[in-house]
Design a protein around this ligand. Structure first.
Ligand code: 13P
Ligand code: SF4
Length: 301
């Protein structure tokens, strides 16, 4: 039996679904029940009738699935699949920041630990961060964390002055700088540029129009574009799906070395092991889950 057949058999036996983030390797995306961005996968985790969820992504995503569906078994195939951005703020640091700004609304990007979510008023993803901040009364201060580039993008888009940013970043996206854009534009004149808001180049991209999009936003754009060449500024795992969806456009990575080693911890073998040996189960305290769920439900609604 091939590895792929083994995974499918185990999935059936265990009444499981496989969720794959857009950055996973092609063979995982191809076998997954759902492929998408953080927001979409959180929704699927909650809506699915399956008893077991194998989350082929990183730890904060699997934790999010568990918080939303505490009765389900949520498995992360490799516990070392962390996230540098999520690690950039702890619950203790957030509590200290909140104490400096009493009454402020806390908006956390979904790339945060369960403990940080438990200290949060509104969770957001890159696809709904602007909408969420717009809904907070204009007079209320906002603490936005942990990604400073996404936060800066939201602040400029909403024009909000009373929004404070945590200075965290993703070590994969932060390296895509304005000079990276200039270098690649010289090599690909006329190509449209689409960028994830975590990128360190968003200050350069916004004035030049182009597009700041979540990973699913990029996928939707790629499906519809008639442009002959598009530069894609995010982790290169996304190119697998994008190229399949639109073989007529040439999609060029802005940074061909933009690879998230955490996302790439997952393999088909580890997904098989995870289903077979029930590993590694996400376990969180009831108290943390109950508090974190409130901010996540606001994000999903
Ligand atoms: P998306 O929510 O756009 O999928 O991004 C998640 C992520 O980790 C980006 O690095
Ligand atoms: Fe975290 Fe960056 Fe990897 Fe996304 S690409 S999971 S933000 S380290």
């Amino acid at each position: 039996m091939s590895l792929k057949e083994e995974v499918l058999r185990l999935k059936e036996e265990r009444n499981a679904v496989i969720l794959s983030h857009n950055y996973q390797i092609g063979e995982i995306q191809d076998i997954a029940d759902f492929v998408g961005d953080s927001l979409y996968l959180s929704r699927m985790a909650k809506e699915s009738a399956a008893k077991v969820i194998v989350f082929s992504g990183v730890k904060f995503m699997a934790e999010t699935a568990k918080i939303l569906s505490p009765e389900k078994t949520v498995l992360l195939p490799d516990l070392a699949a962390g996230c540098s951005l999520s690690d950039s703020i702890t619950a203790e640091q957030l509590r200290a920041w909140k104490a400096e700004h009493p009454g402020a609304a806390v908006v956390s990007y979904v790339n945060t630990s369960a403990e940080v979510k438990a200290e949060t008023d509104f969770c957001c993803t890159s696809s709904n961060a602007v909408d969420i901040v717009r809904r907070i009364p204009a007079s209320q201060e906002v603490l936005f964390l942990p990604d400073m580039f996404l936060g800066d993008y939201v602040r400029r888009t909403t024009g909000r002055k009373n929004m404070h940013l945590w200075t965290g970043d993703c070590f994969v996206h932060t390296r895509m700088r304005p000079e990276t854009v200039r270098r690649q534009r010289a090599l690909h004149p006329g190509a449209e540029l689409i960028a994830h808001p975590e990128c360190g180049c968003t200050t350069e991209v916004i004035p030049e129009v182009d597009r700041i999009l979540s990973t699913d936003g990029m996928i939707r754009f790629a499906q519809e574009t008639k442009d002959p060449q598009v530069m894609v500024a995010t982790e290169i795992g996304i190119l697998h799906r994008i190229r399949k969806l639109n073989p007529d456009t040439e999609f060029v990575p802005l940074a061909p070395d933009a690879i998230c080693p955490f996302m790439k911890k997952n393999t088909l073998e580890k997904i098989r092991d995870s289903l077979r040996d029930n590993q590694y189960e996400i376990e969180l305290s009831r108290e943390v889950m109950d508090r974190a769920r409130k901010s996540l439900e606001r994000m999903i609604s």
